[in-house]
Design a protein around this ligand. Structure first.
Ligand SMILES: NC(=O)C1=CN([C@@H]2O[C@H](COP(=O)(O)OP(=O)(O)OC[C@H]3O[C@@H](n4cnc5c(N)ncnc54)[C@H](O)[C@@H]3O)[C@@H](O)[C@H]2O)C=CC1
Ligand SMILES: Nc1nc(O)c(N)c(N[C@@H]2O[C@H](COP(=O)(O)O)[C@@H](O)[C@H]2O)n1
Length: 241
């Protein structure tokens, strides 16, 4: 990775940002052939297949925590736990929790108290912003969430990652959605990006894409292509950042 970054001044700036943290951040997502994460109705779509879901499960198993934005919780209600019982067992044998912890970036503490990420299967950290209502924070705490407060309107991802690191999270997998992924690139926090690109077109200017947010206009994060793999009816592309 070193020589690739050194050859690129933009990457050098991002590297300087990233060196402040030791947490390794791996972003993983599935997109349609036209780069969409889901339809404009924000309904979860089966973009990939069983081989890719197994690959996702493997990355989860190797992670200390799996993170999503609250938009994904509200749209998909994911569990973010491991499907494969043997992987859970192996983690336990290694002295880890059976499932990785879960992390939700949720500025205003909108995560529903009956969301699957708040079940008893794993520790769940909810990262909040300065404007999160106290009663919502109390409700999430009562539902079992560990609140990680930050002091900006949207979650200050740099500060939040620092707090997660202090809680023992060294390897953080991020599963989306597009708003959160853009912000992580913007903060220079991404180390690795894996995208399953499927063989379907979703279309729609309002459908979420891999990196939404405001978009970059001057400096664009540079990636180095590390691997290309055929899987299911698509391809997995892996870059280092
Ligand atoms: N195909 C795939 O691999 C995946 C698809 N998705 C899809 O993505 C869509 C959800 O994506 P989005 O709407 O983009 O929501 P998101 O999951 O990126 O969450 C965005 C929300 O997170 C909160 N947030 C707090 N701090 C933030 C920060 N610093 N930066 C950005 N957001 C911050 C805000 O409330 C913001 O509205 C759903 O349709 C879901 O189905 C989600 C995950 C994976
Ligand atoms: N890798 C992948 N392939 C697809 O085809 C998808 N639709 C998604 N979506 C995301 O996967 C997460 C599901 O989590 P659980 O299995 O419920 O734990 C969720 O975040 C979806 O948005 N991913």
């Amino acid at each position: 990775m070193g020589p690739v970054r050194d050859a690129n001044p933009t990457a050098r700036i991002l590297l300087a940002e990233r060196q402040r943290r030791d947490v390794h951040v791996v972003v993983n997502a599935a997109t349609s052939a036209d780069g969409k994460l889901s339809s404009r109705r924000r309904e979860q779509i089966a973009i990939s297949g069983p081989e890719d879901f197994d690959r996702v499960d493997r990355i989860r198993a190797d992670s200390d925590a799996v993170m999503v934005g609250v938009g994904t919780v509200l749209a998909d209600d994911p569990s973010l736990t491991l499907d494969d019982a043997e992987r859970r067992e192996r983690r336990t044998e290694n002295g880890w929790s059976p499932n990785p912890a879960r992390v939700v970036a949720d500025s205003r503490a909108r995560t529903p108290t009956d969301a699957r990420v708040l079940d008893d299967e794993a520790t769940t950290y909810v990262l909040t912003g300065a404007d999160a209502p106290d009663e919502r924070i109390d409700a999430l705490r009562a539902a079992g969430a560990e609140i990680v407060p930050t002091s900006s309107e949207r979650v200050d991802l740099d500060a939040a990652v620092e707090q997660l690191e202090a809680a023992g999270i060294d390897r953080l997998m991020v599963e989306g959605g597009g708003e959160l992924i853009f912000s992580l690139f913007s903060a220079g926090l991404v180390d690795e990006l894996s995208v399953f690109v499927g063989s379907t077109i979703i279309g729609g200017r309002d459908a979420p894409t891999l990196a939404d947010g405001e978009g970059f206009v001057e400096e664009f994060p540079a990636l180095a292509l590390e691997d290309v793999e055929r899987l299911d009816d698509g391809v997995v592309l892996t870059w280092s950042a």
